[in-house]
Design a protein around this ligand. Structure first.
Ligand code: NAI
Length: 324
């Protein structure tokens, strides 16, 4: 089965070829209405998090003869599943590739933010060994609130247990085996010095962190988002940072990231004023959707995606279908 892989980077080519991909076309362009024609002659399309998978693009894919949509990611909030079903397109994803990759990046972001190692590194390279302005706080003994205790949230809980943190969690589907205290969202936000977002983006979690919920948080609390950008209302978060209500923010995802991330814009003028404002805060740390980006995760993504394609070719159903 010929697969058109959109948003292809050098590392995608390497991981898919290493996983034994044979009949695959690597297309650098992000999938949208302009680039969709590149899928001509392919029965499957392999898409990533910022590829456009709305009804219009899906209809074009179907017209071109595409039957299978292989998401090389876990989240599927960017796919119009109802349209896919109507068009007879089968959607598959990679539900699990490395929860550790994302959980460990959550820790990396948090420690960098609160111990200011990014600023310390820049200072030392400039020959400035002053400590003033680098004061941090211990995580040991602090209450950490984890929103979403699925595959990634569970890894996060284990990591922060190891650091000696008090843990509270919020999830509409609590897992009693985890031994963590589940509380309502308001109580979690009121009790936590650090809040970690590990839930998917859906109708309930869109702008879950808004102005009202930010006001429930402890003054000076720290927020980390490695889930999806739209889980937080960014302008509300900016107001909370300006007032000091929010003491720090680390994000790997941004609601409007599709036009920015995974590309080099260093020679261009940044036109997104909200994002530009975020970058001005000394207590904001941004990575560009790299939490998943480990050797282990890339290998697992390629392997599972090819397994999905092989299962579909053999029995008309991928290993990990996404239902509307
Ligand atoms: P999962 O499906 O294993 O777990 C998600 C958990 O969130 C479930 O326990 C679910 O009950 C819970 N949840 C659903 N609605 C909630 C709500 N309103 N409040 C609190 N919890 C809620 O998913 P997994 O693998 O843990 O991934 C979570 C999310 O992380 C993905 O959906 C994706 O958006 C994001 N992600 C980000 C990556 C990155 O590179 N930054 C990479 C991979 C995933």
């Amino acid at each position: 089965m010929r697969i058109a892989l959109f948003s292809a980077k050098r590392y995608d080519r390497q991981s898919f070829l290493a996983a034994g991909a044979r009949d695959i076309e690597f297309i650098e362009a992000r999938l949208d209405l302009h680039s969709v024609g590149a899928a001509q002659g392919c029965e499957a399309v392999c898409a990533f998090v910022n590829d456009q998978l709305d009804a219009a693009v899906l209809a074009q894919l179907q017209r071109l003869g595409v039957r299978l949509l292989l998401l090389r990611c876990a989240g599927y909030n960017h796919v119009d599943l109802a349209a896919a079903q109507r068009l007879g397109l089968v959607v598959a994803r990679v539900p699990e590739y490395s929860a550790h990759a994302v959980a460990e990046h959550t820790l990396a972001l948090l420690l960098t933010l609160i111990r200011k190692t990014h600023r310390a590194h820049a200072r030392v390279r400039e020959g400035n060994f002053e400590l003033d302005g680098l004061l941090g706080f211990d995580l040991h003994g602090k209450t950490v609130g984890v929103i979403g205790t699925g595959r990634i949230g569970r890894c996060v809980l284990r990591i922060f247990q190891g650091l000696g943190c008090e843990l509270v969690a919020h999830d509409p589907q609590p897992d009693a085996t985890l031994g963590v205290a589940y509380v309502g969202l308001q109580e979690l936000l009121q009790r936590s010095r650090v809040v970690l977002l590990q839930c998917p983006l859906n109708g309930h979690t869109h702008h879950l962190i808004n102005a009202e919920r930010l006001s429930w948080m402890q003054p000076g609390a720290v927020l980390v988002n490695t889930s999806r950008g739209a889980v937080i209302d960014t302008p509300a978060v900016i107001q909370a940072l300006k007032s000091g209500q929010l003491g720090g923010l680390a994000i790997d995802v941004y609601e409007e990231e599709a036009e920015l991330f995974f590309a080099d814009h260093s020679d261009e003028i940044l036109t997104d004023d909200v994002f530009a404002r975020l970058l001005t805060f000394p207590n904001v740390l941004v990575t560009a959707h790299q939490a998943f980006f480990t050797e282990e995760a890339l290998a697992a993504i390629a392997r599972t995606t090819l397994d999905n394609a092989a299962a579909y070719a053999a029995q008309g159903l991928p290993l990990h279908p996404v239902a509307a």
